[in-house]
Write a protein that binds this ligand. Structure first.
Ligand code: ATP
Length: 239
């Protein structure tokens, strides 16, 4: 199977802060992977490198075989939900969706905007200015904007943040049905287990473990929740 995401020996610093120290992993085409790690592990940095917002100081980052920092064509095939999404605050929900759909080259932006509003339950807010939305509804809009052009590679930074439980379930349903390759950063282990077929744990800017949710369960001591297994792995890596 072809490789959709390749991160090889990547180092990235912000001034004196070494965020990534030789991070390597691959996601095959169609793979559903979760990125797990303690606060400050380098998850957001990794996603920003993959979307081309940052460049590595050293090492290789490839999406669909191309360098996302310089290749505009591959950027069009990526859908990205940032940790702090910032849709246009003075445009309405509908205007944001139509505008981004048009910018992304979607054939019928109006129709797609409507489909995304229906999918994410945003119909009641279509005429609301983004600056007046609750944080949860802003998150729904940001997810709709990330998926509006039917990307081949989806990069999501904490997608379930701020969502109520019914909406979390809806978003999990939407993501589970997608054929795209995706990499999702999350602190919610049960979500990683339900949504993804492989979990990457990073700590201190390097990969410390990878495997399936069932592998993690298999490592649990008697009556130990799987979260405790992950905490143990992170602690043993010095987190
Ligand atoms: P969290 O789970 O808390 O969101 P994370 O795993 O996403 O964390 P990153 O946000 O990638 O981690 O941060 C990795 C390291 O880089 C941290 O030490 C962080 O403080 C640092 N860092 C991130 N962005 C910057 C920046 N713009 N300037 C300076 N340091 C930064």
């Amino acid at each position: 199977m072809a490789t959709a995401i390749e991160v090889r020996d990547v180092h990235k610093s912000y001034g004196h802060v070494k965020a990534l120290k030789g991070l390597s992993f691959e996601v095959p085409e169609g793979g559903k992977y979760a990125l797990l790690g303690p606060n400050g592990a380098g998850k957001t940095t990794t996603l920003r490198l993959l979307v081309g917002l940052l460049r590595p100081d050293y090492g290789t980052v490839r999406v669909l075989g191309r360098d996302p920092a310089v290749d505009y064509e591959v950027k069009r095939r990526i859908g990205y939900l940032p940790e702090d999404p910032s849709p246009y605050p003075t445009l309405t929900v509908r205007e944001n969706l139509e505008f981004i759909a048009a910018l992304r080259g979607v054939e019928d932006p109006r129709d797609r905007a409507e489909k995304m509003m229906d999918l994410l339950g945003l119909r009641n807010y279509e005429r609301r200015m983004v600056s007046t939305l609750s944080r949860g509804n802003l998150q729904k809009l940001a997810i709709a904007l990330a998926l509006i052009h039917e990307p081949d590679v989806v990069l999501l930074d904490e997608p379930l943040n701020y969502l109520d439980i019914p909406t979390q379930e809806e978003v999990i349903g939407i993501l589970s049905k997608m054929r795209a390759t995706f990499l999702v950063s999350t602190h919610i282990l049960s979500v990683a287990g339900r949504l993804t077929d492989r979990i990457l744990i990073i700590s201190g800017g390097t990969l410390i473990w990878q495997g399936t949710f069932n592998d993690l369960r298999g490592m649990a001591r008697e009556d130990e929740p799987v979260e405790a297994v992950v905490a143990r792995l992170m602690r043993s890596a010095g987190a």
